[in-house]
Each structure stands twice: as C-alpha cells, then as structure tokens.
Design a binder for this molecule. Structure first.
Ligand SMILES: [Zn+2]
Length: 454
C-alpha cells in the first residue's frame, strides 16, 4: 500500500533558503532586494543555523518546538536551539538577527516533509491528521509559516526602512475565497429516508420514496441550484466532476452517476462555471488510471483539459501524487487539507508549490490548500459540531487568512445543499458565505488564483 521511499538527496541549507524565500517574496508586494541567510553569507538578515543534520536524514519529525510569543500569539518554533535569546533582534546598523532557524522550520512545514517521510497512512491511504505535528502540538488552525514570514517581514522592514504589504486580490480585496463542490452523488437523496421507512416498517412511506425516486428528479440532482446559490453572493463555483462510477476494489464508492450519460444536463446546469477533475479512488497512486479519468472528462468537453484537480476522499500519496500532477501538467491541485480537521495542512494560507525531494526543486503546479470541507464539521469519524457552532469554530481561521492575504478554500458538496441536511446543509453554508461576503473577500475560482499567482 505504502510505496517505498524514493532515493532522495540531502536538502542543503542553500536549497531550503531558495525554496522558502521564493514563497516569502510571493507573499508580499514588491519585496526590496535584501540579503537573508546564514552567518557564512554575512547577510543583512541573519538566520540562526539550528537544523544540524536533520535534512540530511529521513526522520519524519524534528525535536519538539519551543513555544514563543509573537504579537500576542503563541507559536510553535521548530529548530530553535537558543530559546533564552530574543526571537528577533533588530540591530541599529541596518541589520537584524533571527535567533531560531525559521527558514528550516518553514521548509519543514511547507514542503510536506512529515508526510513524505512518515510511514503512517489510514485505510484510505492518507497521511492521518493524528500523525501530524499540527495535531500533536495543536496548531492546525494557525498558519504558522505565515507567522514565520511575518517575523521575517519585520526584519526586512527594519533593514530596508520600507513597509511591506501582503499581496492583494481582485479589486483590492485583502483576501480571496475559493468555493468548490466535489460532485460525488446526484441520485441518492432518496436512499436514507427510504431505508429509514423500511426499517420502521412504514411500507407506505417506503413505497412513496421508491415511486418518487423513479418518477421525479432527485434532490441531489441540484447543480443549477448550487450554482445560483453561490452566485447570489457574487461568488463563482468550481465543480469537480468524478468520471468513474464503478466502486473501488475494496467497495468504497466513486460517483453514483455515469458522467457520459449525464454530461449534457450537467453542463447546462452549471453554465460557465469552472470544471475540475475529481479523480477517482486509486488514481492518486496510479498514473494510468488518472490519465483515464482525465480522458473521460476531457472527451466530454470538446477536448478541453481541466486546469485543476482534487482527489476523491482527499486521497494523496506524497511520494507519488505530486509527481503525477507535475507530469500530467496540471495547473493546480486543491486536495491538501486534513479530512479530520479544518485548518492548514502545510501551515500556510496562500497557494504554494510543493517540494520535489527527488530533484530538490519545486513542482510546477500550484497547490491551493483546502481549508474546510462540509463533512469534516459533522461526521461520525471527524468533528461533531452542532449547527450553531460551525461559524464560531471557523471564524478564527477565516481571520488568520484575512490577516495574511490568503485564500480561503471551501468544499461544500452538492448533496449538502439539500434542505433536508440540517447539520452541514444550506443554512450553515449561507452563514459562512454571509460572513465572508461581509469581510469583502474576493470570490475567485481556481483559474483566477493560478493566473494571479503564477
Ligand atoms: Zn469525492
């Protein structure tokens, strides 16, 4: 199940610096030329070198972080060997010293090191939240790498005497929101009430459900409603379609619809909305199957390839999947969030590029991290938030994204627009959208993000 670790080379300090500083420069507008590095380079902003041989080895976890305060927030600081010293020391001669190795810490989290080198996977082949540093040290809802960059930004401002501003989005909006829908089921709304009627012996009700199923449109065949609901907030939907309707080998379902039969109706329902590929079970580890899914969708769309992709069940194998997306020339992926908890899987709230441990370079495609999925909020295996707890639980995360000019990626499945869903349904979605709209977010789709960033 778990592919063996590929041959990897040590990640030198120079490679870590290049990777992290490129993301730092993308996070702010017009960063002036300033040297940032380790002591041997005699830079204007000097970073303490504390990673030792960690990046020459293959251990998934570094030493536990120290907790330091930065602007009123408690932050986990990895690679911090002098906790008695100030985190940031601003010197009068146009220099600054950061007494923890924030470059290595940022590299560790952003690159996805822990999941690449960890052997832990769950029954769907995913790196489990419970095996993450975010879980262990309780920082999943804090974009820690953005805070590291905030410290670096303060040092750069001191050295150059110029203020830095986070990047901004369409019409000057301070953050962006990416509303997405994975289309798994279009014809199964009747099943739960029908089963309940049968179980309680109410044959009349059961018969009515069956009759309704065969004669009326299913409540989950609702993409026009989804598209219109989202458009009412001035927002755009991105629909990820699942071109495989056969179950996976272990019986886990893919789509409950046949995309080839349904396509004319679906295409009409979503109008000009963006279409992405929702790649079926097993494809995250199998280039041939992924290519087959891609062909099926592309064929229906007059040979137009989708720009973006998200894997069904958020399946992702860090040792294989990024390589497949890079090879198949996707512009972006939006799979990387934890199914078990909302927040920041790579501790970063902006789109970024994953690191290729076999070549020591960035992958070309953009990762637009997934922040929250409807099912995560209320599910037997995940969280069990009451409906009125959802917005208050998510608000601090939204505020972090707004603070750093990031992208808030929501996944609301079409079946969660069914009014019968009272836990993570249309009402809860409306509350989140009203909040985001009130904060003047820029509502964008995946292509808009790719165009703005790349
Ligand atoms: Zn799915």
């Amino acid at each position: 199940m778990l592919p063996p670790l590929p041959v990897v080379s040590p990640v030198s300090a120079e490679i870590r610096l290049t990777y992290v500083l490129r993301h730092f420069r993308q996070a702010y507008q017009a960063v002036p030329v300033v040297s940032i590095g380790y002591a041997s380079q005699q830079p204007q902003v000097e970073i303490a070198d504390c990673a030792g041989s960690f990046f020459a080895e293959q251990q998934p976890y570094p030493a536990p972080p120290n907790v330091r305060e930065w602007q009123g927030r408690q932050l986990p600081i990895f690679f911090d060997s002098s906790p008695e010293k100030l985190l940031l020391e601003l010197l009068p001669n146009g220099r600054a010293y950061i007494h923890a190795d924030l470059i290595s810490a940022a590299f560790y989290l952003l690159s996805g090191w822990q999941e690449y080198f960890s052997d832990e996977r769950d029954r769907h082949g995913r790196f489990p939240y419970s095996a993450s540093m975010q879980y262990r040290y309780g920082f999943v809802a804090v974009p820690v790498v953005n805070y590291y960059f905030d410290i670096l930004k303060t040092a750069v401002e001191h050295v150059t005497g110029q203020p830095l501003h986070p990047r901004c989005w369409a019409n000057g909006a301070s953050f962006a929101t990416f509303v997405t829908h994975d289309i798994d089921e279009l014809r199964s709304a009747w099943k739960t009430p029908a089963k309940a009627a049968l179980r309680s012996g109410n044959l009349l009700k059961f018969g009515w459900q069956l009759w309704r199923h065969f004669t009326r449109p299913d409540a989950w065949n609702n993409l026009e409603l989804v598209q219109q609901t989202v458009a009412e907030y001035g927002a755009k939907s991105t629909f990820f379609f699942l071109p495989e309707h056969r179950k996976s080998a272990n019986g886990t379902p893919n789509a409950d619809y046949n995309i080839r039969q349904k396509w004319p109706q679906l295409a009409a329902a979503i109008g000009g909305s963006e279409v992405g590929l929702h790649a079926s079970l097993g494809t995250a580890q199998h280039g041939g199957r992924l290519k087959r899914d891609e062909h099926r969708l592309q064929h229906l769309r007059n040979d137009v390839k989708a720009y973006g992709i998200r894997f069904h069940y958020l399946q992702w194998e860090p040792r294989i999947t990024p390589f497949l997306l890079h090879t198949l020339l996707y512009e972006y992926d939006s799979t990387l969030g934890f199914a078990e908890h909302f927040g920041f899987r790579n501790s970063y709230c902006l789109p970024f590029q994953l690191f290729d441990f076999t070549t020591c370079k960035s992958f070309d495609f953009l990762e637009i991290p997934l922040n929250v999925m409807d099912a995560t909020l209320h599910h037997p295996n995940y969280l069990q938030l009451a409906p009125e707890q959802i917005l208050p639980a998510l608000q601090p995360m939204f505020q972090e994204i707004e603070r750093f000019g990031g992208v808030c990626t929501l996944l609301w499945h079409n079946d969660h627009f069914d009014p019968a869903n009272e836990t993570t349904g249309p009402r809860q979605f409306a509350e989140l959208m009203q909040y985001l709209h009130s904060r003047n977010t820029a509502f964008v789709n995946g292509y808009d993000i790719w165009e703005a960033v790349m």
